[in-house]
Each structure stands twice: as structure tokens, then as C-alpha cells.
Design a protein around this ligand. Structure first.
Ligand code: G3H
Ligand code: ZN
Length: 278
């Protein structure tokens, strides 16, 4: 049985100066592929379900959460389970019963004071219920189909002094930071503000999390880890691999050949990106 708390994997990675990869899953094939990729790389990994993925599943958290937990339990490497980009307090309150020990509460779209208030109240409830909590300050753009943020837009970069205050006042266990990545990029062409990352790593005493990591080349991923990132969130890279494999192997009726090809392609992507971080 290899299901372990995701927060523990992040804390262990931080203690070793490493990062743990956290992959967003949508289907059972995603979960199977990420576990296979982690086993190929012989390294721990986090399976994470976003609020959007739950919406895609008709608002039902349990079926996909239980499938992911079963994949984790059968794995030969440690696997964490994490609920990602939670905005709904109703979903937050389902986390424990659905088998999660960690969540990301996302109020980053709000002004600082409102983000802090919403996050602190989520953290109070989550800690009282045994959950480890990640939150976001500054906003990583490209969420929900939105265009990437202009680097000079307010909040497009996390301020190190605000970050220190936000962590102290909210009680979060990990902090997602805006340092130049953007969600849902289909090319690996982004670059990070490494000077800002170094300042954040000095200011903030909880593990730092990178979102929108599909848009970064391997060199930038490795530099992010060297600079202090301890959890690396990856989603779109899996979906690109899945879609390309289905397009290539699409059959008129039986879904198994193209789903098997998609799973193999996603496993290879996961293994390659886990390895790039290490
Ligand atoms: O929380 C999820 C990640 O930030 C995934 O972003 O799909 O751009 O890799 P990505
Ligand atoms: Zn994200």
C-alpha cells in the first residue's frame, strides 16, 4: 500500500532540497499513467484533482477520487492524493471523507485582504480537520481558459514581503507563487523570474509551489527546483500527450487501442518530467 499524505511528500522533498511533481488527473487513464511514470522514474509523485476536473465529472468527487486512491494503493512508489484549485467551500468540506489529506485553497483572484481572509478561514477549518493546505498569492494566469497575465499586471508577480505576511497571517503549509509561469501553455517556452524566486525562497518559510509548469522547458524546471520550488504542478503536458496519442491511434469502435496508447504516452511524459525535476 503506497498511498501517503501528499503534504508529507512535499515536506520530505523540501528537507532534501528537492521537489515533488504533482500531476492533474481527469480520467482513470491519467491516474494509471502517472503512477506508471512514477514507477518508471522510481520516485514519489502526487495525483491531484482540480475543482474543474470534479465539475467535468458532473460534480462527483468520490468516483475519481476513489479510483485514484486505488491506483496509489497498488503502486510500488509513494503516491500522494491532493485536491487542487479549490474555490468552493462545499468541495473543501468533502475532502476528508473523500480520502484527501491535503488541499490547495485558491482565492488568488481576490485582492490581498480578501484573499487572506478567505484563506485564513479555509485554513482554520482544514487544520481542525487534519488537512494540509496550500494557497496562492499573486495570481498565476491562464486559469479557466483566461489569457496569460501581462507580467506588469497587478498580482502577476508575488511580492516577497506580502508573501511573508500572508504565510504568517493565514497559517498555510505551502505557498503557490506567481513568478512567470502560466496555466495551460501548449508550448514549453515560458521563462521564470529567478531573481524573484530567490527573494521569495528567502522570505517564505513554507515550501513554494509552481503552477502552470507544462509551459516550462526542462532547464527551467530544474532551475526552479534549484531556486527553491518544492512542488511542481503539471497538467496540460499530460493532456497534450493523451490527445496526440488518441489522434494517432483512433479506431472506429473499440476505445481500448487508443486509450492504451494515450496511457502509454502520458506515462512517458510523466516519467520524463519527474526525471527532469530530479
Ligand atoms: O494546478 C495545476 C497546474 O498549475 C497545472 O498547470 O496545466 O499549465 O501544467 P498546467
Ligand atoms: Zn494551477
Amino acid at each position: 500500500m503506497s498511498l501517503v499524505p501528499a503534504g508529507k511528500l512535499v515536506v520530505e522533498a523540501a528537507a532534501g532540497g528537492r521537489a515533488v511533481a504533482a500531476f492533474n488527473i481527469i480520467t482513470l487513464e491519467h491516474a494509471e499513467a502517472v503512477v506508471a511514470g512514477a514507477q518508471q522514474a522510481a520516485l514519489p509523485v502526487i495525483l491531484q484533482l482540480s475543482e474543474n476536473a470534479v465539475k467535468f465529472r458532473g460534480g462527483q468527487l468520490l468516483p475519481i477520487a476513489r479510483a485514484a486512491a486505488a491506483c496509489a494503493e497498488a503502486a510500488t512508489v509513494p503516491i500522494g492524493l491532493h485536491l487542487d484549485h479549490v474555490k468552493s467551500t462545499d468541495l473543501l468540506r468533502q475532502a476528508v471523507d473523500a480520502g484527501f489529506s491535503s488541499v490547495m485553497f485558491d482565492a488568488a483572484q481576490l485582492p490581498y485582504a480578501e484573499n487572506l481572509e478567505a484563506t485564513r478561514s479555509a485554513v482554520d477549518w482544514a487544520h481542525a480537520n487534519g488537512l494540509w493546505v496550500e494557497a496562492e498569492l499573486g495570481e498565476v494566469g491562464g486559469k479557466d481558459g483566461a489569457a496569460p497575465l501581462d507580467p506588469h499586471a497587478p498580482g502577476a508577480r508575488t511580492d516577497p514581503d506580502e508573501a511573508r505576511r500572508f504565510v504568517a497571517d493565514s497559517g498555510v503549509d505551502a505557498l503557490a507563487v506567481a513568478i512567470g509561469s502560466s496555466h495551460a501553455m501548449t508550448s514549453r517556452t515560458a521563462s521564470l523570474d529567478h531573481v524573484l524566486l530567490a527573494r521569495l525562497a528567502k522570505s517564505v518559510d513554507v515550501p513554494l509551489v509552481l503552477h502552470g509548469s507544462s509551459g516550462l522547458p526542462d532547464t527551467e524546471l530544474a532551475a526552479a527546483v534549484a531556486g527553491g520550488i518544492r512542488k511542481v504542478n503539471i497538467g496540460t503536458a499530460l493532456n497534450l500527450a493523451m490527445t496526440e496519442a488518441i489522434r494517432t491511434h483512433l479506431t472506429p469502435a473499440d476505445p481500448r487501442p487508443y486509450l492504451a496508447a494515450a496511457r502509454t504516452a502520458m506515462a512517458a511524459t510523466a516519467a520524463a518530467m519527474i526525471t527532469a525535476l530530479n
